[in-house]
Design a protein around this ligand. Sequence first.
Ligand code: PLP
Length: 396
Amino acid sequence: MLNERMVGLGTQRSVIRELFEFGKQRAAEVGAENVFDFSIGNPSVPSPAEVNETAERLIKEMDPVVLHAYTSAQGDAGVRQMIADSITKRFDFKVGPDNLYMTVGAAAGLCCCLNGLCNPGDEVIVFAPYFPEYKVFIEGAGAVMKLIPADIEAFQIDFDAFEAAINEKTKAVIVNSPNNPSGCVYSEETIQKLAEVLNKKAAEYGQPIYVIADEPYREIAFDGTFVPYLPKYYNNTLVCYSWSKSLSLPGERMGYIVVPDQVENQNLVYAACAGAGRSLGYVSAPSLFQRVCAECCDLTSDISIYETNRNLLVNGLREMGYHVVEPGGTFYMFPRTLIEDDIAFCEKAKDFNLLIVPGTGFGCPGHTRISYCVPTEVAERSLEAFKKLADYYKNK
Ligand code: PLP
């Protein structure tokens, strides 16, 4: 008898993957240039040249036995020192190498935190709209996801619903800002209020409630939008970071967890995350890219392209009558669908070769996610297809 949950996870293709496959088939029929694939969040701009240059230099100059060896389970000490220095400088928040644990991307970071913190039956709060893998990761840790409905006016937090959801089983809250799929950034006021509520509730229940800050999009913020560094606002915060998006390196699988000194029983919480990494079989993060990312950790890919695409699409869609909350970052936007049924809407969009993802899968029906990490020329040409889709519903 196999593990039914795992069989299910391994056989059900996600809606996004289905769309991606459909896109490939459609491209063969009508030509790739006529398909507007906004389904997947794969960065469309190359890594900065320094990434490849650093990798080449390390391969040429380092002793291969060292370069390709296992590092310490928590990551190479020199690597953690460089990243800790960068965090301390950039966020004016002191961390050292012993606060960092290198991970195989943010996904592994989240799994290490969740498995390290949660006991069976614990609850983890997630705000809609949310990255659907959270449910898989939370359940994988034996915990239960509690979803807070979206604040669809601004994509901040519905605090009444949030407070009502916290109880003695609440172990953690996942905060993802800048957010996939809305693109919105939580304001400083939102973060302050979140900290206030959590401090109050933790005191009420006499136990810590952790924030897990999932931050792969931290650097992708536009017009100088301020992205608060959560550990500065709430002590029991663990940060999961990744270079998948900021350095366009999703395939290299590199990230880290920060467990700041301010976390209650920091050494035990850090040990729990490390223990979870061990139990999940991560061993240590890839050695070459630990070193590459450490050397390039103050750089980003050219995110101005995402900002150009955002402006072009937000303005274009609004002119056609779509309702869009302007994203402050990422390469996603989350407009309302022109009919209530977002699944039917996205199905209809396919007739115009537009591949967009229904909001239902992100816990927020009546919306659709557009991943605008595409060449600007594609975003520009897609406007005609969005117009045809809007006209279809106007004339219906
Ligand atoms: N968290 C969010 C919100 C994401 O959108 C993603 C990837 O798309 C991840 C985590 C996982 O990122 P990584 O590639 O670093 O594992």
